[in-house]
Design a protein around this ligand. Structure first.
Ligand SMILES: Cc1cc2nc3c(=O)[nH]c(=O)nc-3n(C[C@H](O)[C@H](O)[C@H](O)COP(=O)(O)OP(=O)(O)OC[C@H]3O[C@@H](n4cnc5c(N)ncnc54)[C@H](O)[C@@H]3O)c2cc1C
Length: 306
């Protein structure tokens, strides 16, 4: 038995998308899975991420939304309309999203659910994303309807690849927080096909639900293929260019952090030489200045002699 959460976002309870959601709940319950449905429009879910989400601020003077999310989660002060959703996602082993495509994307109510519910902390944070994300080991499945027809989507097609258009959700959200993302189910041209075709479409969706546990997943990166600073690693290890770039970034970061490092870069080989202001002062204090003047004077005498 699998714990399944269906997050549904359609404003019309009799819509075809809602029929897909009902079919999913029914089929999965028939298979003895435990199913909970969250209907965002029916709940009147507030999709706006704002300072009102936090009653007990770690910094009352400046809102950094993700840091306040972490703080509220840790202190048990999550907004009362957010916490039950967080608990449900943490409870579920499979999360299904049913929605119509709006403007090549999710409806705003679902986008707001992502912003407010997939918190920094339990779901992601620091280097905890993709295969290190908080939802690793769990599955997510996108079931979406659209007005467009299949031939309009694809590498050479007028709108491009549909999974690519939705990559902000499939990869940038679900993959990012660590889900194994099942290949999406798309119902094309829904309002324009015949009633019989829609009945057929619904039946093909039920078939997909019967083989859900063998459904292939999408390929996303593994963090083990990237360095600590997220530069790609070659099979043998980090390439020299990436190592050099990473060193440069580290030095720049130290510079930003107040170390005042002077960074001299040889871009060809990526060699980096760095001297901080303090090191320069030590150099002069330690007799380097006298030695430098002596060297310049010697070169001048040599030039006169020649
Ligand atoms: C703001 C906005 C932006 C959009 N952007 C895009 C876009 O970028 N790309 C794109 O391709 N499309 C876009 N669309 C179109 C939209 O994606 C589709 O209209 C929508 O997905 C169709 O699904 P639906 O559930 O709303 O269908 P509905 O219109 O609700 O249903 C279609 C028909 O199916 C019937 N039906 C319901 N249940 C069943 C059942 N069980 N069996 C048989 N028939 C049934 C209904 O009665 C209705 O007659 C957009 C629409 C909007 C409003």
């Amino acid at each position: 038995m699998t714990r399944v959460l269906i997050v549904h976002a359609h404003p019309e309870p009799q819509s075809f998308t809602t029929s897909l959601q009902n079919a999913a709940a029914e089929e999965l319950r028939k298979q003895s899975h435990e199913v909970v449905v969250t209907d965002l429009y029916a709940l009147g879910f507030n999709p706006v991420a704002s300072s009102e989400d936090f009653s007990d601020r770690r910094n009352p003077d400046y809102l950094t939304y993700a840091l306040e999310q972490r703080h509220a989660y840790g202190n048990g002060t999550l907004a009362p309309d957010v916490k039950p959703h967080v608990d449900l996602v943490l409870w579920a082993e499979l999360v299904i999203f049913t929605f119509p495509i709006f403007w090549f994307s999710t409806p705003a109510i679902l986008k707001g659910w992502i912003d407010r519910v997939l918190l920094s902390g339990p779901f992601y944070g620091g280097l905890r994303f993709y295969d290190k994300g908080g939802m690793r080991g769990k599955k997510a499945w996108v079931v979406a309807t659209l007005g467009g027809q299949p031939h309009m989507f694809g590498a050479e097609s007028v709108h491009g690849d549909l999974s690519g258009l939705l990559s902000h959700f499939l990869r940038g959200t679900l993959g990012y927080v660590g889900f194994d993302v099942l290949k999406p189910f798309f119902a094309y041209h829904v309002p324009y096909i015949t009633q019989d075709q829609r009945v057929e479409l619904l039946e093909s969706f039920r078939q997909e639900l019967r083989s859900l546990n063998t459904r292939p997943t999408m390929d996303f990166p593994s963090l083990s293929d990237f360095s600590e600073k997220l530069y790609p690693l070659t099979r043998e290890g980090a390439s020299s260019a990436h190592i050099a770039q990473e060193r440069t970034e580290t030095l720049k970061e130290q510079n930003r952090n107040g170390d005042e490092r002077l960074v001299l870069l040889d871009g060809m080989v990526g060699a980096t030489i760095a001297l901080s202001h303090n090191e320069m002062k030590d150099f002069y204090r330690g007799g380097g200045l006298v030695a430098s003047i002596g060297l310049v004077f010697s070169l001048f005498v040599l030039w006169l002699y020649l």
